[in-house]
Ligand binder design. Structure first.
Ligand code: CP
Length: 315
């Protein structure tokens, strides 16, 4: 693996999942990262991604440098040929080249603006780091995807599944803020690569990017989709069709105890942070059905697999 920008950078998903679970169960501390440095740049807030990736790097023997790039760094220009006479003080060409001398791997978080679909779909920040850095780049959640979260989710389902081919439902739930489609996009991509019966439930107007969704079945009736589910992944996203807009805050889509009753005693997942009693009710999050804490714990081992593979490929 040369970079981890999207899930497609993992060739053999089953092997990556198995390696992650092995790292977790053997509590393996490898020395492959000794003398190497991970630099993490955050253009947006984070709790899990920041700390689990730092922990993963340290378990591999790496040094870690973290920067809140939105607050502490120079404002970066990403457009080629820009006349930099406004507020952007540094071009990504210099920034990425300089960082590549300080770091052996660069990891970046940069959310979409959710105003200009075409611009967000370019994933300009992540692509520019990949283009101008001379070291591997890791996506810590970009405008269009969150592949570290997706690998974690695949590991969590694998370790908890009781049947060979479980039914997995990704369901939209309400939220007061407009959120990116990055997490659901990557979750859809990873489920399409696993041996699961996978469906999506969302209100009309919330269908995900057709190029991501492909032929995955979409229900506009949540109750119908939840029938016999073994895993339910609850997540809000803003509209893709009416880009970045909140079209509904319908609380009948909030994931409640009554919704769990419709499933096959499903394990309930969420990437976190979660707004209690808006996205998922207390009664579910505080019940044995919820696996959100275990899921967040797996973030460390997913990050460890990715960093280990990148380190093993350094020249
Ligand atoms: N799930 C996730 O990415 O969490 P953070 O935003 O806290 O990193």
């Amino acid at each position: 693996m040369k970079n981890y920008i999207s899930l497609s950078d993992i060739e053999n998903l089953d092997l990556a999942i198995a390696e992650g679970l092995q790292l977790k169960n053997n509590n393996t501390v490898a020395n492959v990262g000794k003398g190497k440095t991970l630099g993490m740049l955050f253009f947006n807030p984070s709790l899990r991604t920041r700390l689990s990736t730092e922990k993963a790097a340290k378990l591999l023997g790496m040094e870690v440098m973290v920067m809140n790039a939105d607050k502490d760094g120079w404002a970066l220009e990403f457009e080629d040929g820009a006349i930099m006479n406004s507020n952007k003080a540094e071009h990504i060409k210099e920034a990425a080249a300089v960082l590549s001398q300080y770091c052996d791997i660069i990891a970046v978080r940069a959310f979409p603006g959710l105003e200009d679909k075409a611009k967000d779909e370019e994933d300009l920040v992540m692509k520019s780091f990949k283009k101008y850095a001379t070291v591997p780049v890791v996506n810590l959640e970009s405008a269009t995807g969150h592949p570290l979260q997706a690998l974690t989710d695949a590991m969590t389902i694998t370790e908890l599944q009781k049947t060979k081919k479980p039914k997995v439902v990704l369901t939209w739930a309400p939220h007061p803020r407009a959120l990116p489609q990055s997490v659901p996009n990557s979750f859809v991509e990873v489920m399409q690569r696993m041996d699961v019966e996978f469906v999506i439930a969302n209100p009309p107007g919330y269908d995900l990017n057709p190029q991501v969704k492909k032929d995955t079945k979409v229900f506009h009736n949540q109750d119908e989709a939840l029938k016999d589910a073994d895993f339910v992944y609850v997540k809000n996203w803003s509209s893709y069709e009416n880009y970045g807009k909140i079209l509904s805050e319908d609380s009948s889509w909030t994931f409640s105890e009554q919704k769990v009753q419709l499933t096959n005693d499903a394990k309930v997942m969420h990437c976190l942070p979660v707004r209690r009693n808006v996205v998922i009710d207390d009664a579910v999050l505080d019940s044995p059905n919820s696996v959100v804490i275990q899921q967040a714990g797996n973030r460390t081992y997913a990050a460890q697999v990715v960093l280990k593979r990148l380190l093993e490929n350094l020249e």
